[in-house]
Design a protein around this ligand. Structure first.
Ligand code: SF4
Length: 407
């Protein structure tokens, strides 16, 4: 039987950089975008034949702002994927887009090219918050984008939100949430703001972020208690509105959980194409170069090469990759088990004992008996019907609970 593969395609271009963003994204001219897409097409053509024994179950085009590319180029990318890979007939094909960067024509083109799930980056329904975040759009532009997407025929829409913004309280975020629920998207992702190094927000709010983390009184960021209240109210409000929480930050109506993300958390093999994209293939983690010039150059004539890495015992090892890769590393058995646990426990349904046994040919209790017992006693973890999952309290303390599974 053909093995499953997920595809991730990275489009690193944005109209302008948002104030909180540390993703690999930047503004660019037309020529750079053209060169980039040509390089991406070469990478797609290179990997297709190497993956001919795999069936692609999900494709996720992320960024950056994929909808900022000329839609004709997106058509070319999708057509190259369909020509070079074996795509499952029921594949989930998602693309991220931002309000203000799509038109009726572009949405129609995405739809005809096979995209069947759109993820719209709204972040907030408050125009003042959007301005603070450095977003290029208003809430009204989101409404227009959303309605155009629905009219085009998209019946699987996600809306991305961020809570914990400067000057935000529970009431303000609930206002955003209610406004979004009113539109009834099939999926809502509600992330919490993290103040990342190297962003304008870091320069502005780093001390407040430290105060927040220490549980102290903050100046403009919500306090730790307020952030917790926002999280709990988000859970409750979305539950009442018919959305099932299936992961720490992700909520969906029945049958609309994102299959691509679930694949990540279940450690399905995935191939990341494009600048800085990472992959997991047969337990080797690869990361593509983040240097645009190197990426474009190396795709001219993709060469196999050995990638050196240091394992957890500080031994020098090698794995076979290509000139596009910045690094690659074969995950040892312990690392695979760690990932299995801390990725799987992000999901509300947790992990399956049987799948652990299948993956590692040993019962989970042999490896993690003490940790499981300890977390059960602390009421952070439960076992039921062959599954192990975090309790509500465990989810609230997920960082603490998951860290216990690291060797
Ligand atoms: S649109 Fe998204 S990827 Fe682009 S700068 Fe803003 S947050 Fe970053």
């Amino acid at each position: 039987m053909d093995r499953e593969l997920e595809l991730y395609i990275h489009i690193p271009f944005c109209v302008k950089k948002c104030n909180y963003c540390d993703f690999l994204s930047f503004s660019s001219d037309q020529k750079t975008q053209e060169d980039y897409v040509n390089a991406l097409l070469r990478e797609i053509c290179y990997y297709g034949p190497l993956m001919k024994d795999r069936v692609v179950s999900t494709i996720y085009i992320g960024g950056g702002t994929p909808s900022w590319l000329a839609y004709e180029r997106m058509e070319e990318i999708l057509s190259a994927i369909y020509q070079n890979f074996q795509i499952a007939p029921d594949a989930e094909v998602s693309m991220e887009c931002n309000p203000g960067t799509v038109t009726k024509e572009s949405l129609q083109s995405y739809f005809s090219a096979g995209i069947n799930r759109l993820s719209i980056g709204l972040q907030s329904a408050d125009n003042e918050e959007l301005r603070l975040l450095g977003r290029i759009h208003t809430f009204e532009q989101f409404v227009k984008t959303y309605e155009m997407a629905r009219n085009t025929g998209f019946n699987n829409l996600n809306v991305d939100l961020i809570s914990g913004l400067p000057y935000q309280n529970t009431e303000k975020f609930m206002d955003t949430l209610h406004k979004v629920i009113h539109f009834q998207p099939e999926h809502i992702s509600a992330y919490t703001l993290i103040i990342e190094k190297g962003t304008p927000f870091y320069d502005q709010y780093k001390f407040d972020a430290v105060r927040q983390e220490a549980g102290m009184k903050t100046e403009v960021l919500p306090t730790e208690d307020e952030a917790y209240r926002i999280y709990k109210m988000t859970q409750l409000t979305l539950k009442e509105a018919g959305y099932m929480q299936y992961e720490i930050s992700n909520y969906a109506k029945a049958g609309h959980a994102c299959r691509h993300n679930i694949g990540y958390w279940k450690r399905t093999d995935y191939l990341g194409l494009g600048l800085g994209a990472s992959s997991l293939i047969d337990n080797v983690r690869y990361t593509n170069t983040t240097d645009l010039f190197t990426y474009i150059n190396e795709t001219q004539n993709i060469q196999m090469k050995e990638l050196e890495y240091e394992d957890r015992d500080k031994n020098q090892k090698k794995v076979l990759g290509t000139g596009i890769h910045a690094d690659g590393q074969l995950l040892d058995r312990k690392s695979q088990m760690e990932e299995f646990m801390f990725l799987g426990l992000r999901m509300n349904e947790g992990i399956s004992r049987e799948e652990f046994q299948e993956a590692f040919h040993t019962p989970i209790e042999v490896v993690y008996r003490n940790v499981i017992e300890e977390l059960k006693q602390e009421e952070l973890l439960e076992m039921h019907a062959g599954r192990i999952y975090l309790t509500e309290k465990g989810m609230d303390l997920s960082n603490y609970a998951m860290a216990k599974f690291l060797f």
